[in-house]
Every structure is written in C-alpha cells, then in structure tokens.
Design a protein around this ligand. Structure first.
Ligand code: GFB
Length: 313
C-alpha cells in the first residue's frame, strides 16, 4: 500500500480505530483523512457520502460501530445493532461509489455460533445459533461481512472482512457495566483498591475462556491483511492469548495491585463458554503477534491511570 495514499479509519475513536491510526502513523502513512473532528457521523448516509466524495480515500479500515461487553449487549441490543448496521452499510456504499481501492471491515468473534468447534474457523460461520447475550450486535457484524462479500462479488470491490479476537488496550471503554471484561475489571479492581475493599466481584463463574489480543497487535494484523491477503473468504485476526476469566481476574488484580479476595458472582451470565480463533491462515502468511499479555495489561492500566479523567473512561 502506497504510504502517500489517502487512508480513512472509520471509527477512529474506537479501541481498534485508535490503535490503527497509531500503527499507520508509525508505518509512515502520511495522508490519513477524517481524523478527529473531520470524521463524519457514519450513521448518517448523506454525511458519509459527502465525506467520501470530498476526501476520496484510497484505503479504508472500517472499525466504526458501537460495541461493548456482555452487560451493554444485554441492556442495549437495539442501539448496538442499529448503529453497526447503519455505519457499515453507509461506509461500504460510499467506499464503493468513491472507488476506494481497498477496504478492510472489522467484524467480531461473537458472530460465530456459540457451540462451534474450537478453535473457531471461518467455515463455522453461520452454522449454528449465536451466543444470545450478544446476538443482536453479532448479527449486525455477520450482516456486515455478508454485505462486504456482496460488494466484492457484484462490483469487484477489493473489500475483505477480518474477524478479531477479544481486543483490549488504551482508549477502551472502562465502564464497569458497559466495558468488555478486561477494562471493566481494571476499573473495578482499581476502585476496590482505592476504597480498600475486601473483595473484588467478578461476573459469572470464571470458567469461560477467551482469546485476548492487544489492540496494537490487532491493528498490525489489520494492516498486514489489507496489504497481503487477496482471498474471497474472511480471515481471523487472532494470534492472541487464550486464558480463562478467572486467570484474567487474577492477572488484573495483580497488575492493579488489588490484594483482596476475588468472588465470582454466578448471577451474571458467562456468555460464550469459549472463544478462540483458528488463525492458521494469518500465521501461514508469516504474521505474528508481538505483545506479552501481562505487559499489555500493565500498559493498559497505566493508560487508564493517566487518562481516566480526560477521556471519560
Ligand atoms: O468481555 P465480555 O463482556 O464479552 O465478557 P464476551 C467476557 C466474560 O467475562 C464473560 C466475564 O464470561 C463475563 O461474565 N466477566 C467477568 C465480565 N467480570 C466481568 C465484568 O466486570 N465485565 C464484563 N463485561 N465481563 C463480547 C460481546 O462477548 O465479545 C461483544 O459481548 C464483542 O459484543 C466481544 O463481540 C468481542 O467476550 O462474552
């Protein structure tokens, strides 16, 4: 990909979007468009079309669309599904009309069937019911993949879909009730430490397992795929760390410095019992994750400590 090409990260304030902007700048892409206040409201079709007509981005990374943890998905399925459907349909159509040369759409591992064989391979997509707690959002991400594939088939667009593992890192939503598990536990372990609480409550049984990928590694994988993968099939963007929620809770408590007890509250749902991606295609192309899980947790906590007041985390 030409380093002086016009590149647009749709969803530049999301966790993956911010990481992508950092990686693109580090890789010396010199013409990022739609950054910060210049980014259009991509849930608005007219604003999106107008932006693409003016900026004419050659490369697009589509990370836009509200997302959150199991709590947010249970509380606001309509808002999550609608926001992602609008953002995805608007950006894909505008990119097609503007002649965008290459687009990577970021879907989500929750679009896989709840009980698909593990590790999750793209051939399992659509073969069974999704996890109910995130079904609305997951269906929007599944539809985004299918629409991406339709533009490729009908119009010959070089659009590709990546399915990421559970991402974490700076600029995430650290809301105790809205965030994904790692940022939510960082927030609650920090608050428990500051208050001197005797225990930290962790949702669910602690037995589910997840593959966690550091946002910087996810962003590197997105760029690697955009530059090197020409297949019609979607591709998993994994290579992360497979760990149980109980072990994540212990690691977060350790990194934050919370020394109290950890109590699992089974009144909260576990969600999918296991989500790990089969990322063999990506590995066989030579891509490797770089982040050490514990070091990435520490970097994320450090970011939280220095930004929680400003970024409304
Ligand atoms: O990250 P998370 O909210 O989403 O939850 P999913 C992962 C696991 O962590 C569940 C447990 O088993 C939760 O019960 N957990 C423990 C907690 N304590 C907490 C906590 O304080 N907050 C949260 N949030 N979880 C998501 C989807 O599913 O996967 C998203 O909801 C997205 O839409 C993401 O697709 C990739 O991994 O279960």
């Amino acid at each position: 990909m030409k380093r002086d090409a016009r590149v647009f990260v749709a969803g530049g304030t999301t966790l993956p979007g911010r990481a992508l902007i950092d990686v693109l700048r580090a890789e010396r892409f010199t013409r990022l468009v739609g950054i910060g206040a210049d980014e259009p409201d991509v849930t608005d079709a007219a604003a999106t079309e107008a932006f693409f007509a003016a900026a004419r981005p050659e490369y697009v990374f589509l990370c836009a669309g509200k997302s959150g943890g199991i709590g947010l998905n249970r509380a606001y399925p309509v808002e999550l599904m609608r926001d992602n459907l609008l953002a995805t349909t608007n950006v894909l159509h505008a990119a097609h009309r503007a002649g965008t040369a290459r687009l990577l759409y970021l879907a989500s591992s929750c679009a896989y069937p709840k009980h698909a064989p593990q590790p999750l391979a793209v051939g399992a997509l659509g073969t069974g019911p999704m996890e109910p707690t995130s079904e609305a959002y997951a269906t929007a991400k599944f539809a985004g993949w299918k629409l991406c594939a339709a533009y490729r088939r009908e119009y010959g667009c070089r659009f590709v879909t990546g399915f990421p593992a559970n991402a974490f890192g700076p600029h995430d939503d650290f809301g105790a009730d809205s965030g994904h598990v790692i940022p939510a536990l960082i927030r609650r372990a920090h608050d428990a430490k500051v208050r001197g609480d005797a225990e930290l409550v962790v949702w669910g049984t602690g037995t589910p397992r997840r593959e966690f990928v550091y946002a910087r590694d996810l962003a590197r994988a997105c760029l690697f795929v955009a530059e090197n993968y020409e297949g019609d099939a979607p591709i998993n963007l994994g290579g992360g760390t497979d760990v149980s929620i109980a072990d994540v809770a212990s690691a977060v408590a350790d990194v934050v410095g919370f020394r109290g007890r950890i109590r699992f509250d089974a009144a909260h749902p576990d969600g999918a019992p296991l989500k790990a991606l089969d990322s063999a295609p990506l590995r066989e192309m030579g891509w490797r994750a770089e982040a050490d899980f514990r070091a990435a947790l520490a970097e994320t906590y450090d970011w939280f400590l220095h930004h929680r007041a400003t970024e409304g985390t």
